[in-house]
Write a protein that binds this ligand. Structure first.
Ligand code: IMP
Ligand code: MG
Length: 183
């Protein structure tokens, strides 16, 4: 615990605990890469990362997928600085890439209420992809608003506010190489 509170990256903030350490994350991301590789034996695959939260997960994940693919990003604004979802989702950046006829894999850091994904799946589904699936590193399993299956899930997450490995609180802590629970 003292190693956690004295980590210079935290700037004095105290972590409740480390939930997923670097090794645990790396092992699971490698497994997810293999699952995704096996799930797409043919066709064009476009991996769409939801910014900003997915940026570290996505960069590790695509390097664990052993087949051709393309990468693009989406920006959907929702949370602001709050620790609870406002329910408002705005699409700020649309991918340039053509989606029609491609396997689209939407990559998200964490599924909480599921509102962000619910909205995005509707928008992306209209563009006639060959398939449309979600990969989330973390799933809180409380997403009553999400009508789609999350096909690839890294971990069922505890119902705590998590930071690190891309996840932020008020834009801080994204650069932590592990995932911790904020006190
Ligand atoms: P949803 O639309 O309620 O599912 O919210 C999804 C987004 O909220 C995620 O992409 C995160 O950016 C943010 N979020 C949800 N839970 C957490 C958390 O525990 N820590 C940090 N961000 C979170
Ligand atoms: Mg966020």
């Amino acid at each position: 615990m003292s190693a956690v509170s004295t980590d210079p990256r935290l700037g004095g903030s105290i972590l409740e605990r480390i939930v997923y350490d670097e090794d645990t994350l790396a092992r699971r991301v490698t497994e997810l890469g293999a699952e995704i590789t096996a799930a797409y034996p043919d066709g064009e695959l476009l991996v769409l990362g939801l910014l900003k939260g997915s940026f570290i997960f996505l960069s590790d994940l695509v390097r664990a997928i052993r087949r051709p693919l393309q990468v693009d990003f989406l920006v959907a604004a929702s949370y602001g600085d709050a620790m609870v979802s406002s329910g408002n989702v705005r699409l700020v950046y649309d991918p340039e890439t053509r989606l029609e006829g491609k396997h689209i894999l939407l990559v998200e850091d964490i599924v909480d209420s599921g509102r962000t994904l619910q909205r995005l799946m509707a928008v992306l589904g209209e563009r006639q992809p060959r398939s449309l699936e979600i990969c989330a590193l973390l799933h809180k399993r409380i997403a009553h608003d999400l009508q789609h299956d999350v096909r690839f899930v890294g971990f069922d997450a505890p119902h705590e506010f998590l930071i690190g490995y891309g996840l932020d609180h008020a834009e801080n802590y994204r650069h932590l190489p592990f995932i911790g629970s904020l006190q």
